[in-house]
Write a protein that binds this ligand. Structure first.
Ligand code: ADP
Ligand code: MG
Length: 267
């Protein structure tokens, strides 16, 4: 059974049909990439799922519950997580304190109780940091971390809510190729360990081919193809609309195979 079932979802801004009647499913434990050129409607889709934007039409079912019309906070409570950038104000806190904050927030505690409650959640926070490979740096301020490490902490923060579905809109933006692969390998590991589902957007086709279980392709608000990476690679409509030529795509697939080999991922 699918965890997320999106049916005929649509949203317009003025005369622009940003998302124009798309339908797709997402199963638990699945890593689904949403790709498409700039302006295709990817972020609009994400923001309808997380409740930041209200859909004009269609349905978004999570475990059979309708999400359209619910507030972001309610949707978050139902188990839809997303990665946030660590705010400036929290950068002076340590790595583990940032995760403790997220755990307290999940437990309805107010930030003002943080100082008092800090010790309670420390072990839980350390366990999450262990999962993202950041336990050794737990007591360092976030402000001194390398960029790729900050992204790992942000992932641990998103995990504090134990999401069933994690939304990641361009999670690897601004990262070097090696860091990108490392973050996605980690995400894939979390998907496997927790049976969590992930919906993500990504510009690097190397990353998409190496890690996505399945892909959906948007162009001008319409869903033009969906399937496994290799099916998408060979899809004439995708090559035409998205990539312009098949040649580029073959090159990309070759590179992805090399990445796969390097990280030891399944083919
Ligand atoms: P993507 O994330 O795939 O690049 P978006 O979902 O951000 O695409 O945008 C889809 C289309 O909707 C674009 O034409 C964009 O200009 C338009 N759009 C997105 N958000 C808004 C907004 N808040 N107001 C007006 N137009 C928007
Ligand atoms: Mg976007």
């Amino acid at each position: 059974m699918s965890l997320l079932k999106v049916t005929e979802l649509g949203k317009s801004f003025g005369g622009v049909k940003a998302v124009d009647g798309i339908s797709f499913d997402l199963a638990p434990g699945e890593l689904l990439a949403l790709i498409g050129p700039n302006g295709a409607g990817k972020s609009t889709t994400f923001n309808m799922v997380n409740g930041q934007l209200k859909a004009d039409r269609g349905s978004i079912l999570l475990d059979g519950d309708e999400l359209v019309g619910r507030k972001p906070r309610e949707i978050w409570r139902k188990g839809v997580g997303r990665t946030f950038q660590i705010a400036e104000t929290f950068a002076s806190l340590t790595v583990v304190e940032n995760v403790q904050m997220a755990l307290l927030s999940h437990d309805h505690k107010l930030f003002s109780t943080f100082r008092r409650a800090a010790d309670h959640k420390r072990d839980e926070a350390l366990a999450l940091l262990d999962q993202v490979g950041m336990k050794a740096q737990a007591d360092r301020p976030c402000s001194v971390l390398a960029y790729g490490d900050v992204k790992r902490v942000e992932l641990a923060i998103a995990m504090a809510n134990s999401p069933k579905l994690l939304l990641m809109d361009e999670p690897t933006a601004g990262m070097a190729p090696k860091e990108r692969n490392s973050l996605m390998a980690l995400t894939k590991q979390l998907v496997i360990d927790r049976g969590m589902a992930v919906l993500f957007t990504e510009h690097s086709m190397d990353v998409v081919f190496a890690y996505a279980d399945r892909m959906i392709v948007l162009a001008r608000g319409r869903l033009i193809a969906q399937g496994k990476p290799l099916e998408i690679r060979d899809h004439p409509k995708v090559q035409e609309v998205y990539f312009g030529s098949g040649k580029t795509f073959e090159k990309i697939a070759e590179k992805a195979a090399a990445v796969n080999a390097a990280v030891g991922a399944e083919a």
